[in-house]
Every structure is written in structure tokens, then in C-alpha cells.
Design a protein around this ligand. Structure first.
Ligand code: NAD
Length: 266
């Protein structure tokens, strides 16, 4: 079944992790994908792999902190494939050395993260929407994070920008719905991308698992499949929502795992 057959999709941050899995999934389901990433070689290699498997894809350079670069990605997409039907605004990052608590965070890093995590989403929408309107509609999916719903002792800029992405998603959905453009978000919990697998200690992974409702961690494909659903007509009556894909990590009263442990000891 080809659920996004013939649709033209931009995936930002598509050279690795969640973006890469999503590019592969959308391509497998019939989309022509533009993989846009700071890592141009990675983006081109990912596109080549899709082409080798019989799909359609190109890889392009994108610096999501720069407005011109985002506009160039949109222009290149239209030049290559004629239109844009799906925009996956996925780039996002933090800096664990500089994105600290409110008193100690680096304000230049704050500005950088606002540009990369939030302004890039706005700019992607700003430049892509006129093409979607011309095409008769489209689907925009923004990557938020559970850090946009629950606060932390560090990563102040990351969580704040991701919360703003959730709200921006509603604004876009409200303003362009009548033009048949849907805008939704996906909020991942911990997802075991190759980078996460290599950088997280077994203790940290165990701690995450302890608070998950489900007995396993999230994988990039879990997000890719959610984005596929939100990009396809199967979700045609859903807009302005951010789906939390987090294994029930934030579901229950936070004391539940402790009470379970206490009841086992009685
Ligand atoms: N992995 C998780 O556990 C997790 C959890 C919650 C939210 N997220 C969000 O998911 C999204 C993808 O994360 P991931 O874990 O797949 O990351 P990743 O590091 O595996 O991939 C991010 C990609 O973005 C690219 N990139 C970084 N800065 C860029 C820039 N300025 N311009 C263009 N490209 C740039 C990188 O080159 C990389 O290919 C991010 O928005 C992240 O905040 C991830």
C-alpha cells in the first residue's frame, strides 16, 4: 500500500535519526523526498540509498538557523519536483554544556536554539505554505518533544522552544485550515536513534525504562510511522494536534513506579 503516493515531501534534519527513518518511510510509501540537512554528504547518501531502492529523492544542504537557507530548500524542492505537499519540520537540538538552568544558561546559545528549533519551523511554514495553497492543500508536521510538556533542571531553551512549537502548530492549523492545509506535531519521548544509543549510559536507559508504561524504548520508526499517518489522508480530520509518542513515560502519577516497588516489598 502506498499511502503518500506521488506526494512531494521535505524532511529537515533528514540525514540521521528520526528524520532519516521518516525519509525512508515516506519514500517507501511513494513520496518524492527532499532530505535537507546541515550534513550535506549524509543527506545525499540517504537520498542515493532511496534511489537505489527504486524511490525518488534528493539530498540538499540546509542550515536551519538561516532564513535564506530554508527558503533555498523550498525553492530547490519546487524547482526539482514542481510543488510541495508535505513538510516535516524536524530539525532540533540542544547543547548540554550551554543550555543550562535559567541563571546559568548561555544567552547566545538561547538565541541560536530559538532560531534552529523554533524560527526554522516558522520559516519552513512561511515559505512552503504558498506552494501548498497553489497545490490545493498539504500536510505540515512539526517535531516537538516531551520536553515541551514537562520541565527539567537543564535544557531550558530546548524545552521552551519545543513548547512554542506545539503552540505554533495550532496557529498554522487555525490560519490555513480553510485552504486545506493541516498542521500537526509529534512529541517524541526518548527515542533510541544511533546517536542516543551511542551516548546514553545503561543506567540512564534503565531509569527511562523504569518510568515507561511499556516495557521497551522508542525507536526512530515509531516517530516515522506517526509522521506517515499525519502526512497521509488517513488523518484528514486531524489538525492542530501534537501526538505524544513516548511509551507512556509521562502518563501516570509519577509516584506509580515507587508504589509498585513498595508493594512488592510488603
Ligand atoms: N531522539 C530523541 O530521543 C528525541 C526526543 C525528543 C525530541 N527529539 C527531536 O527529534 C528531532 C530529531 O532528533 P534526532 O534525535 O533524530 O536527532 P539527530 O541528531 O539524530 O539528527 C538531527 C539531524 O539534524 C541535522 N541538523 C542539526 N543542526 C542542523 C541545522 N542547523 N540545520 C540543518 N540540519 C541540522 C543533523 O545534521 C542531523 O542529521 C529533533 O527536533 C529533536 O529535538 C528527539
Amino acid at each position: 500500500m502506498e499511502r503518500v503516493q506521488g506526494k512531494v515531501a521535505i524532511i529537515t534534519g533528514g540525514a540521521s535519526g528520526i528524520g532519516l527513518a521518516t525519509a525512508q518511510t515516506l519514500a517507501k510509501e511513494g513520496a518524492k523526498v527532499v532530505i535537507a540537512d546541515f550534513n550535506q554528504k549524509g543527506a545525499e547518501a540517504a537520498a542515493q540509498e532511496i534511489v537505489n531502492q527504486g524511490g525518488e529523492a534528493i539530498g540538499v544542504f540546509l542550515d536551519a538557523s538561516k532564513l535564506e537557507s530554508i527558503k533555498e530548500t523550498v525553492d530547490k524542492t519546487v524547482e526539482t519536483y514542481g510543488t510541495i505537499n508535505i513538510l516535516f519540520n524536524n530539525v532540533g537540538l540542544t547543547n548540554l554544556k550551554k543550555d543550562l538552568d535559567v541563571v546559568n544558561l548561555d544567552l547566545e546559545e538561547w538565541d541560536h536554539l530559538v532560531n534552529v528549533n523554533l524560527r526554522s519551523v516558522l520559516a519552513g511554514c512561511k515559505y512552503a505554505i504558498p506552494h501548498m495553497v497553489k497545490a490545493g492543500g498539504g500536510a505540515i508536521i512539526n517535531t516537538a518533544s516531551m520536553a515541551g510538556f514537562a520541565s527539567d533542571i537543564i535544557r531550558t531553551a530546548y524545552g521552551t522552544t519545543k513548547a512554542a512549537v506545539v503552540h505554533l502548530t495550532k496557529y498554522v492549523a487555525t490560519q490555513y485550515g480553510k485552504q486545506n492545509i493541516r498542521c500537526n506535531g509529534v512529541a517524541p519521548g526518548l527515542i533510541l536513534t544511533p546517536a542516543a544509543k551511542n551516548n546514553l549510559s545503561p543506567e540512564l536507559l534503565d531509569t527511562f525504562m523504569k518510568y515507561n508504561a511499556l516495557p521497551y524504548h522508542g525507536e526512530p520508526e515509531d516517530i516515522a510511522n506517526t509522521v506517515l499517518f499525519l502526512a497521509s489522508d488517513e488523518s484528514k480530520f486531524i489538525t492542530g494536534q501534537t501526538i505524544q509518542v513516548e511509551g507512556g513515560h509521562y502518563l501516570a502519577n509519577p509516584t506509580v513506579p515507587d508504589f509498585v516497588a513498595m508493594s512488592k516489598n510488603q
